[in-house]
Design a protein. Structure first.
Length: 139
């Protein structure tokens, strides 16, 4: 029996019961049978731990992404080596810092991302590499 079938069974039983004590007994019996199902997953009630786990996971994935970027290699352009991880594409920057593509392009146009922190490689279809550093903090 699935959880939905069990729920439907007890819903039909409860429709004929008017006594509050009997409804409570049926509800308790339903929960006992539900917990005995092989695919039963208890509801999450510790939201603080859930939030802490989420933050730890986000930090872990951000660290892992930075490590992966740092070991990818390098691009050499005009005799200068740009290590991937220190330099990222606009798309990677947006993913790393949770920014939109339009926001980063706007920063480039307005000079927030300086020429020192931007490399444009025409041979690679005008690929733009940005220094991997936060340019604006959340307001």
């Amino acid at each position: 029996m699935t959880a939905l079938e069990l729920q439907e069974k007890y819903r039909k039983l409860a429709t004929n019961v008017t006594d509050l004590d009997e409804r409570i007994r049926l509800n308790d019996q339903f929960r006992i049978e539900l917990e005995q199902l092989p695919d039963y997953v208890p509801p999450v009630t510790n939201f603080e731990k859930l939030e802490k786990d989420k933050l730890e996971f986000e930090q872990f994935t951000a660290d892992a992404e930075r490590i992966i970027n740092s070991i990818k290699g390098a691009v050499v352009y005009n005799g200068v080596e740009y290590k991937l991880g220190e330099w990222v594409t606009i798309t990677d920057y947006c993913r790393l810092y949770n920014k939109s593509h339009g926001t980063v392009m706007n920063w480039i146009a307005r000079g927030i991302v300086t020429e020192h922190d931007l490399v444009i490689i025409p041979e690679l279809n005008n690929l733009k590499l940005l220094r991997n550093t936060p340019y604006r903090q959340a307001s």
